[in-house]
Design a protein around this ligand. Structure first.
Ligand code: FAD
Ligand code: NAD
Length: 522
């Protein structure tokens, strides 16, 4: 719906536009880019037809505005007049019309909950949905009870049904003269650093524990100040997470602090809003003529490890509007020695980003100076390491910056998956100059006999003797072959949307099952 998808960018004449089909990929008319939309919203034009007045909207009223030329949509209780946005929606008018005159929250969340519609559509805000009177529940928990101070007693948890109650994590805390220790009992085996996300800024502590598709949140305004550095200990087998904070002053804390809005909740990850922290740009180095490696430093009081195959969202204010785009962290380089799990530097985040000459977000990114800050979200993504853990053959089909999720995946596969016999990267680019980390990939292929790389160019220049062309059934049947008749195979695919969609279809036609193919998407 109200997406600003990365898939919106192909220029009208590009190959991507031509092949685009399905959701969120329609050609926009000239003058209908996100920047044009931002300009229109800042022009002072009355976007709602209500001259800036906000109204209460009933369901009946909302339902009346269900036409292209008069379209209102409700998202999370707020109603927007999206009529002027129709032509700017990268997913197309029809996609937007699916929610016309109704509550589009679920549809929005399914497609792109990360898009900051509040900022994008603030000039289109009509008002709030009128609250329907509901019968009073028999027992009402008073707000003051909910908001009571945290003294180690566990307040009532919002969330899930009774059956899931036993799975809900809980916490406790204790102190010494210098330290505050918070213990979270996750009730999950196999806890690891990637499942624990912590941030502490200005006494505000936020600890998120990922439990499969769910998230447990501890969110407290601490009673006293703490130092920036904190320690996290994870007892993997028993699922216990210890957060150790250093007191700034050696005073005795009577309570841990005041609970914040989502404190002690356990809910579906997709129902939690994205959380951002400000990271400092510490270096920016050239990878190719148009692609750079950005190194961001996480705050000292943040504990965040982006799992293999997952991405983060970067947020910037561009022309007064918050714009959010996804990027997949990579490693600073391709490690060549895969003898043992590499010890990653967890203080930095490396992003390999292609700067488009007319790209809204990447141009703004490229203008960032060393020392500037940018907001980075917690990780998201559907890839699970277990998908590759039992594979014997791993095929990575990457196009352009679609190479980024393959970096950590390669490292993980070659380091930690002992049953893998072959790992093959088939890397599609326009020209030789566009190939990312070519040298490193070739070195790796020389060093590790399980690994092979094949470069395929769609617009080769001069005397390219290698393979040419675009993704096709014949190319895939030549390169994607099981090493043995019954090998367990995983094929990961990432690149421009048409590339990924075509790849998935061709692989299906070649007989690979859905479980054997993982497409990376937002
Ligand atoms: P836009 O303003 O959206 O595009 C403006 C113009 O730029 C277009 O009209 C077109 O002329 C040009 N343009 C942009 N992209 C293309 C293209 N592919 N082909 C031809 N012309 C184009 N990108 C990375 O560089 N690194 C990553 O690690 C990365 N990870 C991603 C992870 C996910 C899950 C997804 C969905 C996307 C990822 N992307 C990544 C893409 C990224 O999110 C942005 O879409 C991209 O940076 C372009 O943003 P922009 O605002 O600069 O361009
Ligand atoms: P590009 O435009 O330079 O194209 C690279 C290669 O992709 C081409 O040489 C061609 O072989 C293939 N290709 C391009 N358009 C195609 C089409 N219409 N049909 C079939 N094949 C096509 O690529 P780029 O500018 O580096 O873009 C990379 C893309 O990867 C972006 O769309 C980005 O959003 C996406 N990406 C997605 C993720 C993710 O979902 N996790 C991560 C990183 C990048």
């Amino acid at each position: 719906m109200l997406n600003v998808p990365p898939q919106a960018f192909p220029a009208p004449s590009s190959q991507q536009r031509a092949a685009a089909g399905g959701r969120a990929k329609v050609p926009l008319k000239p003058g209908r880019s996100l920047m044009d939309w931002i300009r229109l919203t800042k022009s002072g034009k009355d976007m709602t037809g209500l001259k800036g007045r906000l109204i209460e909207v009933t369901e009946d009223e909302l339902a009346k505005h269900n036409k292209k030329e008069d379209c209102w949509i409700c998202i999370r209780g707020f109603v927007y007049n999206v009529t002027p946005y129709m032509e700017y929606h990268p997913g197309g008018e029809d996609e937007l019309m699916k929610a016309a005159g109704t509550d589009g929250t679920d549809l929005f969340d399914q497609v792109h909950r990360w898009v900051n519609y509040e900022s994008m559509l603030k000039e289109c805000l009509v008002g709030r949905m009128a609250v329907k009177p509901i019968a009073a529940p028999k027992e009402i928990t008073s707000v003051s009870e909910e908001k009571k101070q945290l003294n180690g007693m566990l307040p009532e948890k919002k969330v899930l049904g009774a059956s899931s109650k036993d799975l809900t994590p809980s916490y406790d805390w204790f102190q010494t003269d210098n330290l505050i220790t918070i213990v979270i009992y996750t009730k999950q085996k196999g806890m690891n650093a990637e499942l624990v996300i912590l941030d502490c800024e200005n006494k505000r502590l936020r600890g998120e524990i990922i439990v499969d598709d769910y998230s447990y949140l501890l969110e407290v305004d601490l009673d006293h100040a703490v130092q920036e550095d904190m320690a996290v200990n994870i007892a993997e087998k028993v699922g216990k997470v210890e957060i150790i904070l250093k007191k700034k002053d050696n005073v005795h804390w009577k309570i841990l602090g005041q609970p914040l809005e989502n404190h002690n909740t356990f809910m579906k990850r997709t129902d939690r809003g994205l959380f951002y922290r400000k990271c400092k740009l510490v270096s920016k180095t050239e990878v190719t003529h148009d692609t750079k490696l950005f190194c961001l430093l996480l705050p000292e009081s943040t504990h965040l490890h982006v799992p293999t195959g997952q991405h983060v969202y970067l947020k910037q204010i561009i022309a007064g509007t918050e714009v959010v785009k996804p990027y997949t962290p990579v490693l600073p380089f391709l490690p060549l020695d895969f003898q043992e799990p590499s010890c990653h530097d967890s203080a930095h985040l490396y992003l390999m980003i292609k700067i488009y000459s007319c790209g809204l977000f990447t141009q703004a990114l490229d203008r960032l100076q060393i020392g500037d800050y940018i907001s980075v979200s917690s990780p998201e993504g559907s890839f699970k390491k277990s998908q590759v853990q039992t594979s014997e053959d791993l095929f990575l089909l990457a196009a352009g910056t679609g190479f980024t999720p393959m970096v950590k995946l390669l490292n993980f596969a070659l380091t930690e998956v002992s049953c893998l016999r072959t790992v093959k990267l088939i890397f599609f680019n326009r020209t030789e100059d566009d190939i990312l980390w070519r040298n490193q990939l070739e070195q790796l292929a020389l060093k590790d006999e399980r690994f092979e790389v094949q470069f395929i160019l769609s617009q080769p220049v001069r005397d390219w003797v290698g393979k040419q062309g675009m993704i096709s059934p014949s190319l895939l049947s030549e390169f994607v072959k099981r090493s043995r008749k019954d090998s367990k195979v995983l094929i990961c695919i990432c690149g421009p949307t048409p590339f990924t969609e075509q790849g998935v279809q061709y692989l299906k036609d070649l007989g690979y099952s859905q479980e054997e193919v993982h497409p990376f998407t937002a």
